[in-house]
Design a protein around this ligand. Structure first.
Ligand code: PMP
Length: 391
């Protein structure tokens, strides 16, 4: 018999708790408000069809050959030019989704036992990327404006980095105010604490563009993660990071070991699609759609949850809303009642590095239709009523 002895770090790899939980939601007819998927209506299929043809006609050899680990030069330049602070294209590393950026950062910055600071709650995929490197993940007390500056100051000592999501955070949809950004940025700079700024949702604002990026305030003290998943299509697996020159070579070496390079064909497609200002025309259409969807869900929650003691926010961008059930209710226990009424959501507790708040849950407002959202929120309210009656 073959003896497969696993590395200690393999024990730290867990199946996504959410994926496990969502198995119960796989039934026909269910309206899922659980997924983290962008609306497929926003995928610019025709622009990609034209770009595919052009890339294959003009640069098939380059697109289909092995290529540099840093990424496709013209795309790196385009990314640097698109960011609203001074970025040298040499600091841009094209990644296979920003999820890979998180994985590379974990490998380069975390030793077993390293202290790593995160928001409360935070992006589950980041916790998964960090976990195999065996950090001590410490949650910074957070409120509706994100990580609290006073608690960050108290916990900064000896931390390898703080991981922050300033815009329309996954899972809560909340954003950091200008005041909070200024305070957090000043504290991190004073403490010499590196910031990892993850910003896949920043372009999806509904009213006003977000306040200035943390990285723009102190580029030498931050690594910035960006993604094309929410503004073009996640199936491309195309993201990027911007790193100070001192750390860039190590991230590049980690990238080489991981996958040599991000597919050159996809990089050229995105370059073709981006280069004539397409994103400036396309992204406003996503904002308009998602804003409308947010309004439908918010109105439905106001109507259906009235008097139930359920708290919820009204995010000003992104894809998610965050709910808190009345005391004594538990989102994991609520889920089967909701599924029985054909609606699915994601319980919030797995998004916490420490003990999660069992009363919280995340709803996506972008993939279901307005009609489905209305039906689903009414069904969710019924499920809450049923659980309240039983508890
Ligand atoms: N960061 C956050 C906060 C996310 O929500 C996601 C996608 N769910 C990612 C990173 C990864 O995105 P991608 O790899 O598609 O760029």
């Amino acid at each position: 018999m073959t003896n497969w002895t696993l590395a200690a770090r393999a024990a730290k790899m867990n199946p996504s708790v959410i994926r496990e939980i969502l198995k119960v939601t796989e039934k026909p007819g269910i309206v899922s408000l659980a997924g983290g998927l962008p609306s497929p209506k926003t995928f610019p299929v025709e622009a990609f069809a034209r770009a595919c043809e052009k890339v294959l006609a003009e640069d098939a050899q380059g697109a289909l050959q092995y290529a540099a680990s840093e990424g496709y030069g013209p795309l790196r330049e385009e990314i640097a030019a698109m960011l609203p602070w001074q970025v040298d294209p040499a600091q841009v590393l094209v990644t296979t989704g920003s999820q890979q950026g998180l994985d590379l950062l974990a490998k380069v910055l975390i030793d077993p036992g390293s202290k790593v600071l995160v928001e409360t709650p935070t992006y589950l995929g980041a916790l998964q990327a960090f976990a195999p490197m065996e950090p001590e993940v410490v949650s910074v007390v957070s409120d509706e404006a994100g990580a609290r500056a006073d608690d960050l100051r108290a916990k900064a000592d000896g931390a390898r980095f703080v991981y922050l999501l300033p815009n329309f955070q996954n899972p809560t949809g909340r954003s950091m105010t200008e005041e909070r950004r200024a305070a957090v940025s000043a504290i991190a700079a004073r403490a010499g604490l590196p910031i990892i700024e993850d910003n896949p949702y920043g372009d999806l604002w509904f009213d006003d563009a977000p306040a200035q990026a943390l990285t723009a305030r102190n580029p030498e003290g931050c690594i910035y993660l960006g993604s094309f998943s929410k503004v073009l299509a996640p199936g491309l697996r195309l993201g990027f990071l911007v790193a100070p020159k001192a750390i860039f070579p190590k991230l590049l070496q980690a990238k080489q070991a991981a996958d040599l390079h991000t597919p050159g064909f996809n990089q050229r497609l995105v370059f073709e699609v981006m280069k004539d200002g397409f994103l400036q025309r396309h992204v406003p259409t996503i904002r308009a759609l998602y804003r409308e969807q947010r309004d439908v869900m918010h109105a439905a929650l106001m109507r259906e949850m009235s008097g139930l003691g359920v708290e919820f926010n009204r995010p000003t961008g992104g894809m998610f809303m965050w709910l808190r059930l009345p005391p004594a209710l538990d989102a994991v226990k609520l889920l089967p009642y909701a599924v029985a009424r054909n609606v699915a959501f994601v319980p919030g507790a797995p998004f916490y590095a420490g003990e999660g708040d069992p009363r919280t849950l995340r709803l996506s407002f972008v993939t279901a239709s307005a009609e489905q959202i209305n039906t689903a929120v009414a069904a969710l309210a019924e499920a809450v009523r049923e659980q309240v009656a039983r508890s």
